[in-house]
Design a protein around this ligand. Structure first.
Ligand code: GDP
Ligand code: MG
Length: 164
């Protein structure tokens, strides 16, 4: 069967936007949409000669900060249990927050390949200085991307398939 790649991260970092870009279709709902009950969304993705199954673990996400962390832990655990490669996505505009560090700790202990994607780097010149702070998560080199502007996506996919 195909390798499984899971996208994990806080609400609003751009998981669903990235999922749609990688899947090449608008499958995952961007932002909260009332009435959407699916909590995990799958797509088949191919890049170069490789194929994999992509999962958006986000679904409907909470707004209150005490629920956010517990739901992120659940999402991270799903990724750890089911994925061969995990894309952990953060938001350069919001910077590094405590919930990112807690999830990074979980992912590090899982001993699965984790790719740290720093999203919303819509302008590399302007935002690259802010990307370096994500080295503090201790899960490797941050990969700058802009899901909305489709920047850095090829490099991200090259890294994903390098782990298969
Ligand atoms: P999710 O909650 O992690 O699934 O995040 P969404 O994909 O729903 O995106 C949350 C918000 O961030 C939406 O308003 C998106 O349009 C916006 N967004 C996503 N990716 C980018 C990006 O690369 N740059 C910018 N500026 N905004 C983005
Ligand atoms: Mg989402």
């Amino acid at each position: 069967s195909k390798p499984v790649v899971a996208i994990v991260g806080r609400p609003n970092v751009g998981k669903s936007t990235l999922f749609n870009v990688l899947a090449g279709e608008m499958i995952s709902i961007v932002k909260d949409t009332p009435g959407v009950t699916r909590d995990r969304i799958y797509a088949d993705v191919s890049w170069l000669d490789r194929e994999f199954t992509l999962i958006d673990t986000g679904g409907i996400e909470p707004e209150s900060s005490d629920i956010i962390l517990s739901q992120m832990r659940e999402q991270a655990q799903i990724a750890i249990d089911t994925a061969d490669v995990i894309i952990f996505i953060t938001d350069v505009r919001q910077g590094l927050v405590d919930a990112d560090s807690k999830v990074a700790d979980m992912l590090r202990r899982a001993r699965k390949p984790v790719i740290l994607a720093v999203n919303k780097v819509d302008n590399f010149h302007k935002f690259m200085p802010d990307v370096y702070e994500f080295y503090n998560l201790g899960i490797g080199d941050p990969t700058p991307v802009s899901a909305a502007s489709r920047l850095g996506i090829g490099d991200l996919l090259d890294t994903v398939i390098s782990y298969f």
